[in-house]
Design a protein around this ligand. Sequence first.
Ligand code: HAM
Length: 421
Amino acid sequence: MTIIKAPRGTNDVLPSDSYKWRYVEAVADRTAARAGYKEIRFPTFEETELFTRGVGDTTDIVQKEMYTFEDKGGRSMTLRPEGTASAVRLSLENGLLAGALPLKLYYKINVFRYDKPQAGRYREFNQIGMELYGAKSPFSDAELISMAELFLKNLGIDGIILKINSIGCPKCRADYQNALREYFTQHISELCDTCKDRLQRNPMRILDCKSPQDIQLAKNAPKITDYLCEECREHYSAVKEALDSVGTAYEEDSGLVRGLDYYTKTVFEFIDVNTSLAVAAGGRYDGLIEELGGKPTPGIGFACGVERLFPLIPAFGSDISPDIYIASMGPVAAKAAFDTAVALRKNGVNVETDLMDRSVKAQMKYADKTCARFTCVIGDDELASGTADLRNMSDGTAKKIKISDISELTAILKNEVHICD
Ligand code: HAM
């Protein structure tokens, strides 16, 4: 019988790699705590309307990439293609916006987009995102950008450039949309079919279409920065000033519009210079909370693509490899090894021991594979003397330990910092 494979564009996390995920998630937890962002969790699927209304029905995400299905009750549901709309829904439904503001949230989620799978582009991928509600100050834009920057720095990631832009508010957007309509109408025959439809409904979406012809046309299109109203221009200047004052380097990119409809004013992307892929991206969305049924409340946030971060992380923290592997020879020793393992685990030590009735040689091979930091072998001699050699696997040195002295063994093992190469 043939083996069923994972769906195209999805990834398994194997035992040898899962510690990398825990590491990235732990760094996210630590980074979020620096500025008081608290974790939320929300459903993998939501009513489809949340995304058509929130993300926008002329976006690529909604028009081409959503996993939408009818449930057995005939309701249209969608696997979340991002987290911002759900975070707003969660906050509104649970009255969080009626509490102390600003509200600062973060999440670690898998998301689903029916995209064309290629390097760094998947159909199921993971995002770590932070969102802030209730603050319109340019310092809140700078805070979110600096939180994304801090997260990347805490992961040891280099070689990233920050691109920023302002895409204005509905007030300045009206004139801009007209200018775009005029420009693209002259090239209507060259537009892809989706963009012909967007021309009337939302010409700004043509600017982030992935069709090569439309990308070419977008290069000479009018720029939003020439249409910003005074308030938006001032806000943008203040954001740049705040970034300058904390030494955050950025490049202004007047072509950066982002692919989701909810953005207003500041938008930004952290780009990997080697692949040109965005590893994190976000922006302000002052109309989204109202659009989803709340009181007018400003919002801003970003999300990182976790799979895109992995190749850029120079060193992952320690994994859960055993602090000690206890090998045994014969059934009596196996019982002593098992008893010692269970007792040490209760003391917070990572321990593995043989469960397969293997030879000592095979057990040591397994210990090596699991990157055990220490090993000890219990056989007849050790049982008779009550002592064994505790061997440090990185330098081969050994010291005698009393098998039954669990406290001493715990102290020795806990004294060592466990690092797996
Ligand atoms: P986004 O730009 O669509 O924004 O996605 C955020 C990040 O997810 C991207 O910068 C990228 O790293 C990663 N990403 C996107 N698509 C893929 C894919 N197919 N495969 C792998 N990684 C991918 C949002 O989702 C917004 N919700 C961000 C936000 C939060 N804005 C405000 N708050």
